[in-house]
Write a protein that binds this ligand. Sequence first.
Ligand SMILES: [Zn+2]
Length: 241
Amino acid sequence: MAPGAAPDCLLSIALRTSALAGVSPGRAGELCRATLKRMHRGYDMNRPHFEGWHLLGAFPDDAPDDVGSWLLVNNEEAMLLEVPPGLTAKIVESALDRAGATLRFVTASHDHYDHLDVEAWDGLFAAFEGATFIHPRAIARHHDLMLRVGGEPVWLIKAPKHSASDVVTVFRGVAMTGDIETGMLASVNKEVPLPTKRKSMDWLREFPERSGYHVHSTVSAHLNSVRRSVRWPDLFKCEQD
Ligand SMILES: [Zn+2]
């Protein structure tokens, strides 16, 4: 297909669909172009959707392996999760506007630059004076920090495995696992000593028992792993060598 042909072709198909029946051709074109733009950016079809979890996008380039930045929203309050390079106060402000929420907390799954970009973090820190910024290193190892967003609990579980600052965030039954590899003790790097990794897997596995909180789904920071109806303890089992 010739470059530029796809939008017109899809537009004409969309104009014929019943979903757009009764909509003026100009408005239908607008709707269709908006849909195509989202499809082009990889939204809708391939992006995970969870209640209360608003995906701001994947940064820095919306490429398949980029890091998802989320607003966790409840009762007009929000927590920003992941501060990757390219995320600006303007992007966060317009997402907050759409969600009708005020920013209460800002945090990240760990402090590798693709999840916590210092420039982006500092920019947000200057822009959102009312928000509490929780650096993942500031949470004690093998500790659960329980916060509330609009009354709803958000758990930050500190469990270094992939990196020394790993935090798993749990909200409305969904866990964002950062870059932690589940179901194995191995990691892509050697940043964390083996005994700490093992303790972290135990700490994560025992979370539901300890907290009385049920996790039903997980999503990884790079959005490449989404699991539903999980058996949580199975994700953090590891070989006992
Ligand atoms: Zn990482």
